[in-house]
Design a protein around this ligand. Structure first.
Ligand SMILES: [Fe+2]
Length: 590
């Protein structure tokens, strides 16, 4: 059975194809259209998925959309009417948005793909999140928690899934918290208050939190209180997102926390104002963690299961995930590579396959590489035409060369095979660098990523040696497989891993198993032989404001525009002319 999953019209559009119960490919529209967070109907992604699998739309047995658009419309309409007349400003735009795209999804899909309307199905939004987490995790039974901004009505659900030995599978969501009460929207409100971009920069709040102390948790607990049933409720007098699209927090919120940050002013942690924002970030982060730990702890006691699958945008919060692993009682926590809305394209297709059609359960390969493959020849052609130095090397020679470049302080663009599905670069579309000196972090922030100095970089380390450098609890390596947890760098290594150690001594590491990305694993080993430390800085291959590179040409264009010294795609190596002078790193790694 051939099932196409689609997510669209809200944040990050994507398409995924499941054939005979196993994913074949998945990609976000932004990687193809080159518009960051592209939310349009993912025609490019759909076309690529079908091409990749050699299918025509007529070959599809079903097309599954990642939410019930009529229920979502119902929520938008009901909330608008409930808050009328306060909502009169947002009402026309909300209606236009819904009427224009969301409600008529069946018609849009049918018109674009030419598939009969009877083949078009809809899943609940949180069912799609839950399926993306549970059906891709290597576990047969697990508790499930999903949390995001909002889907149709639900903002958080808890439930469980089972893949039976007899071949069937089930996924049950037991309870939900409903809009406007939302952990995701709480966090997004603070994201807006700090002057960052909502639905995009939530992770900056987490980064900023590490610089502060949670001195304002009492104030945060005024805006979110726990309810006797174990859930939570927001006090809506502090919020305005339910009445207007223009602003998410109310004047009462400002009375409580102080004036919002001017987005055009840098955050200066030397000033009282800068520290107030950091303390505020630490406080909301703390309350978020506390709430999630408590709810997952209750879910563990209720289900008695050792495994937990987490999804929804909130599952991108690696600090919270690590605390859930340490404190909820679950032994293993699985977060898919795409826990956000893009991942719902795959989740919706898997949900339809296993639950709606009742097809036999299948193991899903445990990796994130479902996107288009990079072509080394394409890079070689483009670079030669541009009069660059191009070499084509076998694996062993290439890996030794790159290890040498990295050890000499050079920055490497590393492209390999199929691109990652989800927001993290996990070794196929990465910028790699030596992780030792703080200057490397500053250089990357300044010359390549063009971003705030407080933003930390992440390390990648072979799973075999991760324990030597990082304090991983039992189950930690699993959580770090897709970079979903933040863990302490061992104190004795922090100085020698300064570029990837956050101010609080933590790192959002990726633990790499050889099977998942053999060439990167070999590169880490080669780098370790040279420096004694098989750890590399690994950041997504893009510059600020652009999606992660997809094709070799995009990698090449990025390489030409910023301070990357060498670029690899498959067997092809391009070294920039007039490369920055090599510097020995002896003083950092000795
Ligand atoms: Fe979502």
């Amino acid at each position: 059975m051939k099932i196409l999953g689609i997510s669209a019209h809200y944040h990050d559009s994507a398409a995924a194809l499941v054939v005979d119960g196993v994913p074949v490919c998945a990609v976000q529209e932004e990687r193809l259209s080159r518009h960051k967070n592209d939310a349009t109907f993912p025609l490019g992604a759909i076309e690529w998925c079908l091409d990749h699998a050699g299918l025509e739309p007529a070959d599809l047995d079903a097309v599954v959309y990642y939410e019930r658009s009529m229920r979502k419309f119902d929520r938008i309409l009901t909330s608008a009417l409930r808050t009328f007349p306060h909502s009169w400003r947002s009402f026309p735009s909300a209606m236009k948005n819904s009427l224009g795209e969301k409600v008529w999804v069946r018609g849009i899909i049918s018109a674009h793909l030419g598939v009969p309307r009877t083949k078009i199905l809809f899943t609940g939004h949180h069912h799609a999140h839950a399926a993306a987490a549970f059906f891709t995790a290597p576990t047969r039974r697990a508790a499930i928690l999903t949390a995001d901004g909002v889907g149709e009505w639900a903002t958080l659900t808890v439930g469980h899934g089972e893949r039976r030995a007899s071949g069937g599978a089930e996924l049950t969501l037991l309870r939900e918290v409903r809009y406007p009460h939302s952990l995701g929207l709480l966090y997004s409100t603070f994201t807006a208050y700090f002057g960052f971009a909502v639905n995009e920069d939530e992770y900056k709040v987490m980064g900023l939190a590490a610089y502060g102390r949670p001195t304002m948790t009492d104030a945060v607990r005024k805006v979110i209180r726990r309810t006797p049933d174990g859930a939570f409720a927001l006090d809506m007098k502090y919020f305005e997102y339910q009445t207007t699209a223009a602003r998410s927090y109310s004047p009462r919120f400002i009375e409580l926390f102080g004036p919002p940050r001017n987005p055009y002013e840098p955050i200066d942690l030397e000033t009282a104002e800068g520290r107030r924002f950091a303390d505020c970030a630490a406080s909301v982060q703390h309350v978020l963690e506390e709430t999630l730990v408590d709810m997952t702890g209750a879910l563990h006691r209720e289900t008695g299961l050792p495994d937990l699958c987490l999804a929804g945008g909130v599952a991108l919060n690696g600090v919270a995930n690590a605390r859930i692993l340490a404190e909820s009682g679950f032994e293993r926590v699985f977060v898919p590579s795409a826990p956000g809305d893009a991942g719902c394209a795959l989740g919706a297709a898997l949900y339809a396959d296993r639950v709606y059609f009742g097809n036999p359960d299948r193991d899903v390969p445990d990796h994130p590489f479902w996107g288009p493959a990079v072509d080394g020849q394409e890079l070689a052609r483009a670079a030669r035409e541009d009069d660059q130095i191009v070499e084509e090397l076998d694996d062993a020679a290439l890996i030794e060369r790159i290890a040498g470049q990295l050890a000499a302080g050079r920055i490497v663009g590393w492209m390999e095979g199929a691109s990652e599905f989800g927001p993290r670069a996990l070794g196929h579309r990465s910028i790699l660098a030596a992780p030792h000196a703080a200057e490397m972090r500053d250089r990357l922030n300044r010359d390549i990523k063009y971003r705030e100095a407080f933003r930390p970089f992440a390390p990648v380390v072979p799973i075999e040696t991760a324990d030597r450098f990082f304090e991983l609890p039992p189950g930690g390596a699993r959580l770090a497989r897709f970079m979903s947890g933040v863990f302490p760098v061992r104190p004795e290594w922090r100085d020698r891993l300064a570029a990837i150690t956050h101010v609080d001594g933590s790192a959002r590491l990726q633990t790499l198993e050889r099977d998942m990305a053999p060439r990167l694993h070999a590169l880490l080993e080669a780098y370790g032989r040279r420096t004694g430390i098989p750890v590399l800085l690994n950041t997504s291959f893009n510059v600020a404001g652009e999606p992660i590179v997809n094709r070799a040409l995009e990698g090449y264009s990025t390489f030409r525009r910023c301070g990357i010294d060498a670029l690899v795609a498959g067997p092809t190596l391009v070294v920039k002319r007039a490369s920055s002078p090599a510097r020995t790193l002896k003083e950092h790694v000795a």
